[in-house]
Design a protein around this ligand. Structure first.
Ligand code: FES
Length: 183
């Protein structure tokens, strides 16, 4: 279980974390052969540390998988949602949500399969589970924060537990079909 202090990594931790995340993308997405290419596409640690916009290739993230990265010292989740997850997110009565927001407002039109959110629970800042295979995703196919039991749905919206708000969306835009620029 992570806590808020885990979200302020040292520079080397950030670098290691990003490299780990990048390696995972290559390994799980398209196989080990892709790793060098993905590594080249990933922003270098200095760029990330400087807070500059970062470009991210989403193609290696297979449906149902997610990656984590840091931008401006903040943890970000990027998830390639399944059709089931998208359908679930859109079937919700928005008015019933603690922080009402339609799924359509949380993704980019035409790229509904990719969800990009800040990765700290809006309760006390812990890091919810739900990115790694085998992780509990909570009751709503999103993320589960075991610290105090907050459940987020597949749109990153708070559905149950003490967290008051949805996982926020960082500034980002698609620069190509499977490429985004964060920042
Ligand atoms: S920090 Fe996530 S539920 Fe408390």
């Amino acid at each position: 279980m992570a806590n808020a202090t885990d979200t302020k990594p040292t520079e080397s931790t950030r670098r290691d974390f990003l490299m780990l995340a990048t390696g995972a993308v290559g390994a799980v997405g398209l196989g080990a052969v892709v790793v060098p290419l993905v590594s080249q596409l990933a922003p270098d640690a200095q760029t990330v540390a400087a807070g500059a916009p970062i470009d991210l290739d989403l193609a290696p993230i297979a449906e149902g998988q997610a990656i984590k990265l840091f931008w401006r010292g903040k943890l970000i989740f990027v998830r390639h949602r399944t059709k089931k997850e998208i359908d679930e997110a859109r079937a919700v009565n928005v008015a019933s949500l603690p922080d009402p927001q339609p799924d359509q407002a949380r993704v980019k039109q035409g790229h509904e399969e990719f969800l990009v959110v800040y990765g700290n629970c809006t309760h006390l800042g812990c890091v919810p589970l739900g990115n790694s295979p085998g992780d509990p995703k909570g009751d709503f196919d999103g993320w589960f924060c075991p610290c105090h039991g907050s459940h987020y749905d597949s749109s990153g919206r708070i559905r149950k537990g003490p967290a008051p708000l949805n996982l926020p969306i960082p500034p980002y835009a698609f620069s190509a079909d499977t490429k985004i620029r964060i920042g």
